[in-house]
Design a protein around this ligand. Structure first.
Ligand SMILES: *[C@@H]1O[C@H](CO)[C@@H](O)[C@H](O)[C@H]1NC(C)=O
Ligand SMILES: *[C@@H]1O[C@H](CO)[C@@H](O)[C@H](O)[C@H]1NC(C)=O
Ligand SMILES: *[C@@H]1O[C@H](CO)[C@@H](O)[C@H](O)[C@H]1NC(C)=O
Ligand SMILES: *[C@@H]1O[C@H](CO)[C@@H](O)[C@H](O)[C@H]1NC(C)=O
Length: 271
């Protein structure tokens, strides 16, 4: 069954893979989820127009340049498709997943490759990428799980690479968290303002704790305390409380608000 070259240390542990592809749309729109998405979940090829942007941030660039480059790079991975009919958006139900390198058994450490083909609600192939997928293998009996590495070909096809880390059967789950059109809307909304999160600053007034509204942008004529992050050149404000010096700041609480930049029509993508 196996070539003998690796016989000495080849552990004859084989994994039977049970494929169970689950597509679920998950409803949750908030700022923190969006940031998780950028950091962890999707790797997209750059759109051609964005190809010239360098990955390497050198010390000689100013912080502003570095931030602008990162933002542009993120912007390039997100399709600018925020106006369209719902029936043209990615449908989990109409999409397909197949195993590219199917074998009855795999060895520990092998890579299992799954190809995902995305379709819209009209049954037409998607022709661009950017869908937010979450791919996992897991074995409930063992309590084991691992995520897959996603490659987005920007043409509606995705390859997902799973390393088989443990012995036994594994199940596969591929979830469409948001269609690319939804991602595009969330990204646009994220850049429209700061209203998704409200901040409350805690100050010490003699022996008493007092609270006041804070934020990156405060629409208020009241006197404000201004806090500057010199390195990242960000300014943060708190409404100044009478007779409490700005230096008496202790800590900050944040809370997700129910604010949305999406229209009701847009929300159909997330329900
Ligand atoms: C992203 O790119 C689009 C189109 O090129 C542009 O209109 C938009 O302002 C950019 N957004 C950000 C946050 O850079
Ligand atoms: C989002 O809402 C705007 C305004 O109603 C609309 O023009 C746009 O097509 C919507 N986008 C999606 C993807 O539904
Ligand atoms: C897609 O949805 C739009 C708006 O509801 C509708 O006008 C259009 O006819 C639909 N397209 C098809 C092919 O059903
Ligand atoms: C998508 O792109 C990949 C890589 O370039 C290619 O192998 C594949 O055939 C393309 N799929 C379609 C449907 O065009």
């Amino acid at each position: 069954m196996f070539k003998s070259t690796r016989k000495g240390y080849m552990i004859m542990l084989c994994c039977t893979v049970i494929i169970m592809v689950v597509f679920i749309c998950i409803i949750r729109i908030n700022f923190s989820q969006l940031s998780n998405f950028h950091v962890l979940n999707v790797k997209s090829l750059l759109a051609p127009a964005c190809g010239h942007i360098g990955y390497i941030i050198t010390e000689s660039k100013t912080i502003d340049q570095q931030i602008a480059e990162i933002m542009t790079l993120m912007n390039c991975t997100i399709p600018q498709k925020d106006t369209m009919y719902f029936n043209e958006t990615t449908s989990a139900i109409d999409s397909k997943a197949i195993i590219l390198n199917y074998k009855p058994n795999y060895c520990l450490g092998d890579t299992l490759i799954v190809q995902v083909e995305m379709f819209n609600y009209l049954g037409k192939r998607k022709t661009y990428g950017g869908d937010f997928l979450q791919a996992r293998i897991f074995s409930p009996k063992l309590g084991a799980g691992a995520s897959g590495r996603i490659k987005d070909f920007n043409n509606g096809t995705y390859h997902i690479y799973f390393t088989l880390f443990w012995k036994g059967s594994v199940q596969i789950s591929i979830i469409l968290m948001h269609p690319s059109e939804g991602v595009s809307l969330l990204w646009k909304g994220r850049n429209m303002g700061y209203n998704y999160i409200s901040f409350t600053g805690k100050f010490l007034n003699k022996n008493q704790e007092v609270h006041t509204k804070c934020g990156f942008y405060l629409n208020s004529q009241q006197e404000k305390c201004k806090y500057l992050d010199r390195k990242y050149r960000e300014v943060f404000y708190c409404i100044k409380l009478p007779a409490v010096p700005c230096e008496a700041f202790i800590s900050l609480n944040s809370q997700n608000t129910r604010y949305t930049y999406l229209t009701n029509a847009n929300k159909t993508l997330f329900s």
